[in-house]
Each structure stands twice: as structure tokens, then as C-alpha cells.
Design a binder for this molecule. Structure first.
Ligand SMILES: C[S@@+](CC[C@H](N)C(=O)[O-])C[C@H]1O[C@@H](n2cnc3c(N)ncnc32)[C@H](O)[C@@H]1O
Length: 234
């Protein structure tokens, strides 16, 4: 098991839709203090699970979220855009949700392709536990919520879907994408959602320069949906 040689960035600085806050000592009117650490492998912020709904034309999911994970208060609009606009995932084979959070993408892929194996990868262990529980609750049988190093090296993916952790910074994001896109099967495709303010357009250029042909396929409210092919000439 494992990905010898890969360096995993145990960070997530994805912006939460609303930061977790607790009142400061000064009572009313005091400054609110941010307490959520989205980059922790094991968030220290106290757990406070809640449910959010994800309604799509073909399925509706009730998902448990928690403090210390991305988009705790509602499914992220970029994620929703990806799930509305990406083509159906391949019916069989290994599929990857890269940076799964509490699992809206992984669980949707698994419900749309029940015969596939869906790998849901994250560095945040609270997120992984939520994804596993959400998959069970949704009747998605073969969702494997794993840390990156626990995905066997020989697994190749028929599709990768991701709302990737852009805010880890360019070098870390590029290393992450190079690694996982390099594990696409022949003919496999990745579908990535990235906001234009977070560098979607320069990411398309970088991917293409790196030998991963990439195209912007859809655009709405600043979100770009990118289709990426496996590396050419490998
Ligand atoms: C933008 S969030 C998307 C979460 C979820 N897919 C969603 O749509 O709600 C990106 C996720 O990537 C995870 N992440 C950060 N660094 C990572 C890494 N090196 N490998 C895998 N996942 C990572 C974060 O913990 C976070 O959950």
C-alpha cells in the first residue's frame, strides 16, 4: 500500500462558506474568534454534527457535516455545479473523488455508478469518517474513504472528480494534481471545478503545458468546470 515517494500536503485552507466562530471573552460586541482549522488531519475544533441536503435532478442526499470540514453549512456551490454539469461517471472501474470532504461528490458518483469502486481521498480524518458514514447512509456500497497513502499504488482511475484544495497554494496543488492525474486510465477523464478567482484559467494553461490536455467546458457565476485528459505520450 501507499504511494512511496509522494509528498502529501496535510493542509486544507479551503475557505469555509462561513467560518466557525465562538464569542470572545468580552461578551456581546466582542470580536468573534475563528476556531476552525481546515488544514488539520485531526481537527481540534469541537465536533458539532449537522445535516445538509443535496438535491440534484436524479437524487437527493442527506449528508452529515461537522465543524472542521469544508463547506460544513451547505454543499459548496462549486461542488453542486460539478455534480449538475459533469457527464455521468463511467459505470465500472475505479473512480476517484480527490479531496472528498464529507463526501458529496464521492457519494453522488457511487449512487450514479453503483457497480464502480469509488475512492474518496482526503487528508482530514474527520472528513473521511463523515464520508464513510454518508456513503453507508445513502446505500452507496463501495465507497472507500482513505488517506492518500492508503490508496494502493497500482489502482488506476477511469474518472477523477474534484473540487480541489486550490488554496494549498500553487506548488502543492500542482504536485497533487500531477500525481493523481498521472493515475488516470487510458481514456480516463478528470472533471475539476475551480473558481476563476482561484486561478481556474491559469490552471488550464498549466495542465496543458504539463501534458494533461485541459479544456474549460462550462462556466457559471465564476465557477469553471474543467475537463482534463490523462498525460499524453506516457
Ligand atoms: C475544496 S475542499 C472540497 C471538499 C469536498 N469534495 C466538497 O466538495 O465539499 C478540498 C478538500 O481537499 C482536501 N485536501 C487538502 N489537501 C489534500 C491532499 N493533499 N490530498 C487529498 N485531499 C486534500 C481538504 O481537506 C478538503 O476536504
Amino acid at each position: 500500500m501507499g504511494s512511496a515517494g509522494a509528498t502529501w500536503v496535510h493542509q486544507d485552507v479551503c475557505v469555509p462558506q462561513r467560518p466557525d466562530v465562538t464569542p470572545g471573552r468580552g461578551g456581546a460586541g466582542s470580536v468573534l474568534r475563528a476556531v476552525g482549522h481546515y488544514f488539520d488531519a485531526d481537527p481540534t475544533v469541537a465536533s458539532a454534527p449537522r445535516q445538509v441536503s443535496l438535491a440534484l435532478p436524479d437524487l437527493t442526499l442527506a449528508l452529515t457535516t461537522d465543524r472542521g470540514v469544508f463547506a460544513r453549512d451547505a454543499v459548496d456551490p462549486g461542488t453542486r455545479f460539478l455534480l449538475l454539469e459533469a457527464p455521468p461517471p463511467p459505470p465500472r472501474g475505479h473512480l476517484l473523488d480527490l479531496g472528498c470532504g464529507y463526501g458529496p461528490i464521492a457519494v453522488t458518483m457511487a449512487r450514479r455508478s453503483p457497480e464502480a469502486t469509488v475512492w474518496a481521498v482526503d487528508v482530514n480524518r474527520r472528513a473521511l469518517a463523515l464520508t464513510a458514514a454518508n456513503a453507508r447512509a445513502a446505500g452507496a456500497a463501495d465507497v472507500r474513504a482513505r488517506s492518500p497513502e492508503d490508496v494502493p499504488d497500482d489502482v488506476r482511475f477511469a474518472a477523477i472528480w474534484a473540487n480541489p484544495p486550490v488554496r494549498v497554494g500553487k506548488p502543492a496543488l500542482h504536485a497533487l494534481l500531477s500525481h493523481w492525474l498521472g493515475r488516470l486510465d487510458d481514456g480516463g477523464r478528470a472533471w475539476l471545478v475551480v473558481h476563476k478567482h482561484l486561478g481556474a484559467d491559469s490552471l488550464v494553461r498549466w495542465l496543458s503545458d504539463e501534458g494533461f490536455p485541459a479544456e474549460r467546458r462550462r462556466s457559471r457565476r465564476g465557477y469553471r468546470l474543467l475537463e482534463v485528459e490523462g498525460r499524453v505520450g506516457r
